[in-house]
Design a protein around this ligand. Structure first.
Ligand code: PXP
Length: 241
């Protein structure tokens, strides 16, 4: 059986730093602490507006980190250039809207399809593993396969929202379960991420076939109270990693 992995997203360490225009708290320090405490990869999202990490963070983290760095980027010429140059082991292509608070939904795989195809081809040739952040839609899984992605990351935001609001989440969980099965059948590695808390991670961990969980906002928030080492350990226990 393949090992399930936990990716720790440290964007919000940079958000706190940027709120005061200071040099602390350091995203590099957070990345190395996550590595030391059992993270299997570290995720950072280089946004067009650089509201979280910036290229200097990317350079420092990629140089020092021994576990794989997962770089999230939008499908743009600027990001293709940066990702090509920095050559992170993992890349996740995400949609990006300037005014959104966070990534609101999965990619539209029909939008700018030719550029997306070129970007995937170039970055794969450059030895990066390519993942596409998508909704739990069977059609999108087929499209991701046709685009020759290595992996898909299923957007779990809707599920997490329903769980947080104590609303019925059974249908959304079923939708995710079917998407995971389909992804596995197609030979895609399936990941999950967005909005995960201890509670939603516990519910999602019941689905077999998810190989990687990427968790950020809640994990960084919880680290304020419990510390990052114990927060990571708790997530690993919940996900039975
Ligand atoms: N996965 C992807 C593709 C994302 O864009 C994000 C948010 O940056 C996450 C996972 C992590 O989401 P959260 O910060 O809500 O845990």
């Amino acid at each position: 059986m393949r090992k399930i992995r936990l990716g720790v997203n440290i964007d919000h360490v940079a958000t706190v730093r940027n709120a005061r225009g200071e040099t602390y708290p350091s995203p590099l320090r957070a990345a190395l602490l996550a590595e030391k405490n059992g993270a299997d990869s570290v995720t950072i999202h280089l946004r067009e507006d650089r509201r979280h990490i910036n290229e200097f963070d990317l350079k420092k983290i990629i140089k020092k980190l021994k576990i794989p760095l997962n770089l999230e980027i939008a499908s743009t010429k600027e990001m293709l250039k940066i990702a090509y140059r920095s050559r992170p082991p993992f890349i996740c292509i995400v949609p990006e809207k300037r005014k959104e608070i966070t990534t609101e939904g999965g990619l539209n795989l029909d939008h700018n399809k030719n550029f997306l195809r070129i970007l995937i081809k170039k970055l794969k040739k450059n030895n990066s593993r390519i993942s596409l952040f998508i909704e739990p839609s069977l059609k999108d899984l087929e499209k991701a396969k046709k685009l020759d992605a290595d992996c898909v990351e299923i957007h779990t935001g809707k599920l997490c929202n329903l769980i947080n609001k104590k609303k019925s989440y059974k249908n959304e969980l079923k939708r995710i379960q079917k998407a995971v099965q389909k992804g596995n059948q197609l030979g895609l590695e399936v990941h999950a991420g967005h909005g995960l808390t201890y509670n939603s991670a516990r519910i999602l961990s019941k689905i077999k076939g998810i190989q990687e969980f990427n968790i950020g906002h809640f994990l960084v928030g919880e680290s304020i109270f419990e510390g990052m080492p114990s927060t990571i350990k708790k997530f690993k226990k919940i996900l039975k990693l």
